[in-house]
Design a protein around this ligand. Structure first.
Ligand code: COA
Length: 183
């Protein structure tokens, strides 16, 4: 059965074979991918990423949610999102959001992050949800701060990707800090 989460204006759904074209379009957009720390550099990597998303969704003890963000009425692909639970502790989850440019600066990412916080803390009972972003990715940092995640520190120049050494800012929220939205 396909898993889905409603964010308000978008729906997050399991990736499917038919997402390959949209994923490829996203991965080839340099503006979208500038700060994204995921290796989608060629067709092989994109196909492997999609295959992993589809396979992970079939696991009984699911710990990885790689979900396409779609417009409910049209099915249009708005971006890629994920919640990955730490396989060791099973108590921490990392959330990530990559929206296509048409969906920037319209509040969609905030909706998505809030939906993942609710799913992570209320449904899955996680203890900690975190996100990370390149230190130059100010919209992403603003988004996490707006949703109440706390800045936890920066790992300096830990990886080279494409054109520069990446320094990554970490933001986290603990279960005790989570405020569910009013009913
Ligand atoms: C990072 C990213 C997800 C952030 O998205 P975003 O569009 O800035 O965030 P939102 O969708 O919540 O939109 C918020 C902005 O829209 C504005 N806005 C407009 N209409 C709005 C509405 N109805 N509701 C809320 N905010 C609205 C807000 O004021 C805010 O502007 P500000 O950031 O200048 O203060 C997005 O830039 C992105 O996908 N980038 C490319 C991929 C990427 O780098 N991902 C992160 C990897 S770490």
């Amino acid at each position: 059965m396909t898993f889905s989460l409603n964010t308000g204006r978008l729906v997050l759904e399991d990736l499917a074979e038919h997402d390959l074209g949209d994923l490829t379009r996203m991965a080839r957009d340099r503006d979208v991918m500038r700060y994204v720390l995921v290796w989608l550099e060629d067709d092989e990597q994109i196909e492997a990423f999609l295959r992993r998303g589809i396979d992970e969704a079939k696991r009984n003890d699911r710990i990885s949610y790689m979900l396409a963000a779609r417009v409910p009425k049209t099915g249009e692909f708005a971006g890629l999102t994920f919640l990955e639970i730490d396989p060791g502790s099973r108590s921490t989850g990392e959330v990530g959001i990559v929206l296509m440019k048409d969906y920037w600066s319209r509040g969609y990412a905030e909706e998505i992050l809030r939906a993942y916080l609710s799913f992570g803390f209320e449904t899955l009972g996680l203890h900690r949800v975190f996100g990370k972003c390149d230190e130059e990715n100010h919209p992403s940092a603003r988004l996490m701060e707006r949703c109440g995640l706390q800045y936890e520190g920066t790992i300096r120049e830990h990886v080279w990707l494409r054109d520069h050494w990446r320094s990554t800012r970490y933001y986290g929220m603990l279960a005790g800090e989570y405020n569910p939205p009013p009913p």
